[in-house]
Design a protein around this ligand. Structure first.
Ligand code: SF4
Length: 168
């Protein structure tokens, strides 16, 4: 088995040091497991929002009165702080992330928590007041709907177990 044949893991690009966040920043995760994944060639990075054509920087956006599942169901929207509706961009970004999972046969993802795209345990509540509520972002919800195990940046060891548990 060649190193390049090892099971891959999808990661939020901002966690890999890419300056793709809405404010042009990053959220680098310095972790030995992630470094091993990098050396093993396992990591596929994606920023769903940028892949969907959103700019860097861009206005902050939050899911208004709902979560990723309700956005996928068409019940609520993703709204920028200034009021612009960016639901379609968030849905497009989620689809791109799912396509990557299909392309690389990925079933484990580590996504940045609290984001309206990548959050997997909590997201901001739509009031732009810094208040978090339990819930998922749009990309995390779509991936989970399709059977991908989604972890956040505080659950890397758990993600590694899931990855290794799939054998190579
Ligand atoms: S959409 Fe995801 S990958 Fe892109 S900046 Fe936000 S949390 Fe990071």
């Amino acid at each position: 088995m060649e190193i390049g044949d090892l099971r891959k893991v999808l990661m939020s690009a901002c966690l890999r040091g890419k300056k793709v966040r809405y404010d042009g920043g990053t959220l680098v995760v310095a972790d030995q497991i992630v470094e091993r994944w990098r050396l093993e060639g396992r990591i596929v990075s994606v920023c769903p929002e940028v892949e969907a054509g959103m700019s860097i920087p861009r206005p902050p956006a939050e899911i208004f009165n709902g979560s990723g599942e309700s956005v996928l169901n068409g019940e609520v929207d993703v709204i920028e702080k200034e009021g612009g509706k960016v639901t379609n961009e968030f849905l497009a970004g989620a689809s791109i992330a799912l396509s990557l999972c299909h392309k690389f046969d990925i079933s484990v993802a580590v996504l940045a928590d609290f984001s309206p795209s990548c959050g997997s345990s909590s997201i901001y509540d739509g009031s732009f007041s810094g208040q978090k509520v339990p819930g998922m972002g749009v990309t995390a919800a779509l991936l989970r709907e399709h059977g991908v195990l989604v972890f956040n940046q505080y659950e890397i060891a758990e993600a590694d177990k899931a990855l290794i548990g799939e054998s190579v």
